[in-house]
Write a protein of this length. Structure first.
Length: 402
């Protein structure tokens, strides 16, 4: 089966959740015998080459080198025109738009079937979470967060004009429009979209790369304290500043704790997080961005993961922590609750409530046996059904279904 993946970024060393999904989707589908064609407007390969990927069944069509935070309409149009050229010589069975984006493929499927991915129900409650407060701040400061404050190149501005005209003539209202398959992150999302689209819907979580976590790596820091770990972008929607405030309160109570932060954000927000570290340099540590192969060492060295993102489709870092047998504290909003059951496989909180974060961390410390019991239950669930081989198996079965 020939599958087309148009995307804004493709890398074999992913740092973000979306980059991770795109990479393991392409690799997993190719490993199952499919011919995967990736059209990307930004490419970064550290361990592979275009030639080595081709031998694995992944054909990369690199049409630009322009970083953006998603598949914007101009980038989507450029990907579409490249796909149109490829269609002159080959036929695709599926087009899978992994980015939650509206694209020309939604109106012109080039003789293929269209699969899209949705991350959340489109309810008033979820819309409010994703457009106001911390999420609203990040949406208004997205370019600063990504450090993309430069002038758009001429070709991008040209495609912006073309894209405006295209979507005026052929409007797309939602990324599920005209889809033949909608892949839903989590049971709640599946339940919502199953009654609102006319095509097939399939539940699709994220996964863990077992090979990555099998590689030994020295711990980032030796300590006898209880280490709470945060892995992700330093951004308001990630709940990191609510976590820092809760940890500051926890530090007034005890000296045997540390907070490790892996990731970065905009200069402004990274500097704000650094101020917390400067106030308590022996207990709060910012490690910045680390190579993908170094991440497992942080999970193995920590006591517990705190992932306080306000809302997310499905937290990969929670899966990775549980895979390593580490207890987790995470948001009660989003698809991650399919795996993290409150009091059974982790603790769920409203990340905007610093008192709830504090109580959850305190409970982990005061009841370490309970924390480890929850972690073991979660580990069994993740290892039995949430590896990337399981996830790509779901995708492959969905694409081959009649």
């Amino acid at each position: 089966m020939r599958i087309l993946l148009p995307t804004h970024a493709f890398t074999d060393s992913p740092q973000s959740g979306l980059h991770t999904v795109v990479w393991y989707t392409a690799r997993g589908l190719a490993a199952r015998g499919n011919s995967v064609h990736v059209i990307t407007t930004w490419l970064a390969l550290e361990n592979e080459t275009i030639a080595s990927l081709r031998k694995q069944g992944i054909h990369v069509h690199h049409v630009a080198q322009f970083p953006m935070h998603n598949l914007t309409k101009p980038l989507a149009l450029r990907c579409f025109l490249t796909a149109l050229r490829l269609r002159l010589t080959q036929r695709f069975d599926w087009i899978y738009v992994v980015d939650p984006a509206r694209t020309p493929f939604h109106r012109c499927k080039l003789g293929a079937r269209l699969a899209t991915r949705v991350l959340a129900p489109d309810t008033p409650e979820v819309r409010e979470l994703l457009t106001t407060g911390d999420w609203g701040y990040d949406r208004r400061h997205k370019d600063e967060e990504e450090q993309w404050n430069y002038r758009r190149p001429l070709w991008y501005r040209f495609f912006s004009v073309l894209a405006d005209a295209w979507f005026t003539l052929l409007p797309v209202h939602h990324n599920t429009d005209h889809a033949d398959l909608v892949l839903c992150q989590g049971k709640e999302t599946l339940k919502y979209w199953k009654t609102r689209v006319r095509c097939r819907t399939v539940e699709l979580p994220n996964g863990v790369d077992a090979e990555l976590f099998a590689q030994p790596f020295p711990p980032p820091r030796h300590t006898d304290r209880f280490v709470f770990l945060f892995v992700g972008r330093i951004a308001k929607r990630k709940g990191i500043f609510h976590l820092l405030e809760a940890f500051k309160t926890l530090r007034r109570e005890r000296d045997d704790v540390e907070l490790w932060i892996v990731g970065k954000g905009s200069e402004e927000l990274t500097a704000e997080a650094q101020r917390y570290a400067d106030e308590d340099p022996e207990h709060v540590f910012l490690f910045g961005v680390v190579q993908r192969k170094e991440v497992p060492a942080f999970f193995h060295a920590c006591f517990a993961l705190v992932d306080p993102m306000i809302y997310q489709g499905f937290s990969t870092v929670c899966l990775e922590a549980l895979y390593c047998g580490k207890p987790v504290v995470t948001s009660r909003f989003g698809g991650t609750t399919d795996v993290v059951k409150d009091g059974k496989t982790g603790l769920l909180v409203d990340p905007r409530n610093e008192e709830e974060l504090l109580l959850a961390m305190r409970r982990m410390l005061e009841e370490p046996q309970e924390a480890q019991t929850m972690a073991r239950r979660g580990e069994e669930i993740v290892r039995s059904g949430f590896l990337w081989e399981h996830v790509t198996g779901i995708m492959d079965a969905a694409f081959h279904a009649p």
